[in-house]
Ligand binder design. Structure first.
Ligand code: 5GP
Ligand code: ZN
Length: 154
């Protein structure tokens, strides 16, 4: 196939994907610059910008430029490169903010709290003195419960 045809085929495939999956997606609009954001990092695969409803100071979102909904829907390459973006963003934040740690979180699926159906990874910088606590339920599993889960997973 001639190079130009190949490029056109690729473009139309890209557009089809966009038309079908992303017309109303807020994060696609942020990626495209149609909705403003406080974007502070960009590479070939992802952007990172401040969350408008932060759980803590400088809470940020790492968002792949290509629309897919969850870690299961993305290809290994897309997901892997998104995590490389997370690594670069945490290094950048550590240098600039001098933070002491991070909470790095994915809400996957509506039941797990995913509101925006475009894959994203929350990166929340943490400081010794920030007094924020993300507290999981205080629950010690019984042996039976651990066995039940293990038997399903192994
Ligand atoms: P989810 O619950 O889907 O994992 O998180 C979506 C996140 O996106 C929320 O923390 C929310 O505050 C953030 N968010 C939603 N809409 C916008 C927006 O238009 N701009 C920015 N910067 N963040 C947004
Ligand atoms: Zn999208």
């Amino acid at each position: 196939m001639a190079k130009k045809q190949e490029a056109e085929k690729h473009e139309s495939k890209k557009d089809e994907t966009k038309g079908a999956m992303t017309a109303d997606c807020i994060f696609c609009k942020i990626v495209d610059g149609k909705i403003p954001s406080k974007k502070f990092y960009e590479d070939n695969t992802v952007i990172a910008f401040l969350d408008i409803n932060p759980a803590a100071f400088a809470h940020s979102l790492v968002v792949p430029k290509l629309h897919f909904k969850t870690i299961v829907d993305g290809t290994p390459d897309q997901v892997g490169k998104t995590f490389i973006g997370v690594k670069n963003v945490t290094e950048h934040m550590k240098t600039r903010l001098k933070c002491d740690g991070f909470n790095i979180l994915i809400n996957q699926g509506r039941e797990a709290g995913q509101i925006i159906e475009h894959f994203h990874i929350h990166v929340v910088p943490r400081f010794k003195s920030d007094n924020i606590r993300f507290i999981p339920p205080d629950h010690k599993a019984s042996d039976a419960e651990l066995d039940q889960a293990f038997n399903k997973l192994k």
